[in-house]
Design a protein around this ligand. Structure first.
Ligand code: HEC
Length: 132
């Protein structure tokens, strides 16, 4: 009876381990996913900095974000539409940095809303379009 339980537990552990090992580590994610993870982190940072009026953090985060987007846009394999959306993200991030330097919170919030809308638009028009 005891041995059977050990066997059952062993099998369960095996299934669990196999599950964990088949989940890709973040280092193995495709480049686009890592970019999205970075974008999500930046968007979260921007929201936190807006609610605490941390203009220095806003300048730092949005400046980095703009630079990254412009760098990614240089990839010659990007589809025109994708490149255009990345350009919009870069522009809005640049505006956030500019207005954060001026401590103009209304304009910061406005451009954050536009930036976030761009994430959503690309997800619905590019990411979630059925590929054929
Ligand atoms: C140019 C188009 C485009 C823009 C702009 C864009 N995304 Fe994405 N996003 C994608 C695509 C495509 C995927 C799916 C990636 C995959 O499955 O390889 C994705 C996936 C994601 C994911 C899910 C994780 C993943 O890799 O599947 C998150 C989170 C995400 N995006 C966040 C954002 C945020 C935040 C923004 C705005 C700052 C943004 N994205 C802007 C195209 C875009």
């Amino acid at each position: 009876m005891k041995r059977r339980m050990v066997l059952v537990l062993g099998a369960l552990l095996g299934v669990l381990l196999a599950g964990v090992m088949s989940t890709p580590a973040s280092a193995e994610l495709k480049p686009v996913n890592r970019l999205m993870v970075a974008q999500l982190r930046d968007v979260t940072g921007i929201v936190q900095s807006i609610v605490t009026y941390d203009f220095d953090a806003l300048v730092a985060i949005s400046t980095d974000m703009e630079k990254r987007q412009r760098m990614v846009m240089q990839n010659p394999q990007l589809a025109a539409k994708t490149k255009e959306f990345y350009g919009q993200v870069a522009d809005h991030a640049g505006h956030i940095a500019k207005f954060a330097k001026e401590k103009n919170k209304d304009e910061v919030v406005k451009h954050f809303a536009l930036l976030f809308e761009t994430c959503h638009k690309c997800h619905s028009e590019v990411r979630d379009k059925p590929q054929n």
